[in-house]
Ligand binder design. Structure first.
Ligand SMILES: O=C(O)CCC(=O)C(=O)O
Ligand SMILES: [Fe+2]
Length: 231
């Protein structure tokens, strides 16, 4: 059943079963508001940082989390790999935005209730290798919002990092949701296109990505089944 409050996004394209791209989903006003929020979140209590990897390297992307702090490869309520501070709370309005996003992609938000957000900032040289989002104990979809410079988003398959994959250009304001049979597909960002964003809407330079996830870890938000329209 479609919730009339959250109509299906216009121009949506199913890239793979359960993986939906909705170009231009965020209005310019909403993008500006999100950028302002990201600026505040980046300051702390946990400052935005390049995530340290177990092999000794660091990610080129800078990340700050809400609700649950993600570090390789688990969630914590405290930023154990940064400054030990409690992670900033996940605001109710962001739960609402996540629900609208899932409804725009699938027609129905179901019982979706995101409780973790990763705010990723890419400068012109940053990229993200092919990976699965798999530290969650919920089958709920992942919601991804893009603001600023465009990027090449590579959306693959559940078996491995290689082909087949679909290359999608994500622009400022785009929504991408992956759930159902695509929930554990490998995906990554091989390239950002510097100078393609509109600085009057997004960051002055670079790309912001806000990834919303339902961890299924409890403590203020129970795990939920994916919405009916997902598969
Ligand atoms: O930046 C993106 O579009 C993807 C981010 C991502 O896959 C992640 O944070 O797990
Ligand atoms: Fe991811």
């Amino acid at each position: 059943m479609t919730d009339a409050l959250f109509p299906l996004g216009r121009g949506r394209a199913e890239v793979a079963p359960g993986a939906v791209h909705v170009p231009g989903w965020l209005s310019r006003r909403r993008q500006r508001e999100l950028v302002e929020s990201c600026r505040a979140w980046a300051v702390g209590p946990v400052p935005i940082r390049h995530t340290a990897l177990p092999g000794g390297g660091v990610m080129s992307v800078r990340t700050v989390c809400l609700g649950w702090h993600w570090l390789p490869y688990r969630y914590s309520r405290t930023a154990d790999d940064v400054n030990g501070a409690p992670v900033a709370p996940f605001p109710d309005w962001l739960v609402g935005l996540g629900r609208e996003a899932v409804a725009a992609a699938y027609g129905d938000a179901g019982s979706y209730r995101p409780d973790a957000a990763l705010v990723n900032f890419y400068d012109g040289d940053a990229r993200m290798g092919m990976h699965q989002d798999r530290e969650e104990r919920s089958p709920a979809p992942v919601v991804s919002l893009s603001i600023g410079d465009a990027c090449l988003f590579r959306f693959g398959n559940t078996r491995g990092r290689g082909r087949p994959y679909a290359d999608v250009r994500l622009e400022s304001g785009d929504l991408f949701v992956f759930g159902g049979p695509s929930r554990f597909a490998y995906h990554g960002v091989p390239k950002v296109y510097p100078g393609t964003g509109d600085p009057s809407v997004g960051p002055r330079t670079g790309r912001l990505n806000i990834t919303l996830r339902e961890t299924g870890l409890g403590g203020g938000g129970a795990a939920s089944a994916p919405p009916g329209g997902a598969a």
